[in-house]
Design a binder for this molecule. Structure first.
Ligand SMILES: NC(=O)c1ccc[n+]([C@@H]2O[C@H](COP(=O)([O-])OP(=O)(O)OC[C@H]3O[C@@H](n4cnc5c(N)ncnc54)[C@H](O)[C@@H]3O)[C@@H](O)[C@H]2O)c1
Ligand SMILES: [Fe+2]
Length: 371
């Protein structure tokens, strides 16, 4: 391989391992005087237990739902200000971590109403690069990699914005695969396919470099060998460990390269057809494996255990099908894909795809899905 110059930036401290959340007391003892927990409603009992064990934790906010809204950011911001917090512990999937990351980004400005917050959401006001508040990210799904990215995805009404800022990078992450044992099968598959999209899109990304290639390949290997088992035997810890590790590596890879075609297409797919993030990313994954196929991708397919990219592509579709996810445009209930295809090729993330599809190419890609 030709090793060119590259830049790799990552400043978070990563604690990975079964029961690593038991270190929270030690971590807070060293880093925090006043912390609050932002958590998924499902993780409230776990958060209450943590609060009992750690005197630094002053309160729990558990009202964050999927597709987090700016109103949730506002409520968390008010609670953090009330307790004069120096730390938010975000326990949940991407939705919880992204809400906490947005609060970190605006905390020093103290916007106290939605119109003020909207200026940041619309990026009319820049985020400070530093913040008086730290984020400890504790993922409860094996998917987004949001614990190691400087991205926050929040919505205001129907408008979903993906914002990049160095301030969003969590300071510490604690990845405890036992938290994912309760994730239901369908969410396990959707979040796992999100992580697989991160790995593959980082690998074929125009910004790929030697370290991200290593991370992306290793991520894909772990996800391909554990996802079906995590879906079928959710209580089996080893496949959950493999998925948490794979999702982390994929997050580290795309935190450098960004994503590409599948994520570009996921935005109109989620907006128009209300698909969950990972289902929307996976919808075009097989199509982009075909479109972006080259020698490097053939080599990755062999290294992760397939005979070629064709076999890898078929396996991706079989994963979508066992979880009953949508795989064809007929499943979306449409036959004319012109409008959808135009939105996909015009999305800013498409420029990171190695092949720039025309609207007609994208229509062909949609037509070929599931065939
Ligand atoms: N910031 C980033 O880098 C980044 C990257 C990719 C995606 N995202 C965003 O992340 C969001 C999706 O996050 P997600 O896929 O992790 O899902 P999520 O956080 O929306 O959670 C999905 C569902 O799983 C449930 N859940 C979560 N953990 C559970 C557990 N341990 N046991 C049982 N149920 C559990 C939640 O209650 C929810 O119903 C989307 O908004 C997406 O756009 C962000
Ligand atoms: Fe994603």
């Amino acid at each position: 391989m030709n090793i060119d110059s590259f830049l790799y930036k990552q400043n978070s401290c990563i604690h990975f391992g079964v029961d690593s959340t038991k270190k929270m007391g030690d971590i807070l003892f060293k880093t925090s005087a006043s912390a609050i927990i932002a958590c998924d409603p499902f993780l409230k009992p776990f958060s209450l237990k943590l609060k009992e064990e750690c005197p630094q934790i002053k309160d729990i906010f558990s009202e964050i739902e999927p597709n987090p809204q700016l109103t949730g950011v506002m409520k968390l911001l008010i609670l953090a200000s009330l307790h004069k917090c120096d730390t938010i512990i975000a326990i949940g999937g991407g939705s919880v971590m992204d809400t906490a990351k947005f609060v970190k980004g605006v905390y020093s400005y103290k916007p106290m109403d939605i119109p003020e917050l909207l200026k940041f959401f619309r990026q009319e006001v820049p985020f400070n690069v530093t913040s008086p508040i730290k984020i400890i990210a504790v993922p409860s799904t094996a998917g987004t990699g949001a614990e190691v990215t400087s991205v926050s995805v929040v919505s205001h009404g129907d408008i979903k914005n993906t914002i990049n800022s160095p301030v969003f990078l969590p300071d510490i992450c604690v990845i405890d695969p036992t938290l994912t044992l309760t994730v239901p099968p369908r969410v396990t598959m959707i979040t796992g396919l999100d992580a697989l999209s991160h790995a593959l899109e980082s690998f074929w990304n125009i910004n790929h470099q030697p370290i991200t290639d290593l991370l992306a390949k290793e991520a894909a290997k772990h996800i391909f060998s554990n996802l079906s088992n995590a879906y079928n035997e959710g209580r089996e810890l080893n496949s959950r460990i493999g998925m948490s590790y794979g999702a982390l590596l994929a997050g580290l890879a795309f935190s450098q390269t960004r994503t590409a075609g599948c994520h570009a297409a996921s935005y109109p797919l989620s907006m128009i057809f209300h698909l969950a993030h990972g289902e929307a990313c996976a919808f075009t994954l097989a199509g982009f494996i075909r479109l972006n196929n080259d020698e490097r991708l053939e080599e990755l397919a062999r290294e992760v255990g397939f005979s070629d990219t064709n076999e890898m592509e078929n396996y991706v579709v079989s994963l979508q099908r066992i979880a009953g996810l949508k795989t064809t445009i007929e499943d979306l209930g449409i036959s004319d894909t012109y409008h959808l295809s135009k939105l996909c090729v015009e999305h800013p993330l498409m420029k990171f795809n190695p092949v720039q599809p025309s609207v007609t190419d994208m229509q062909e890609l949609f037509k070929s899905l599931g065939k």
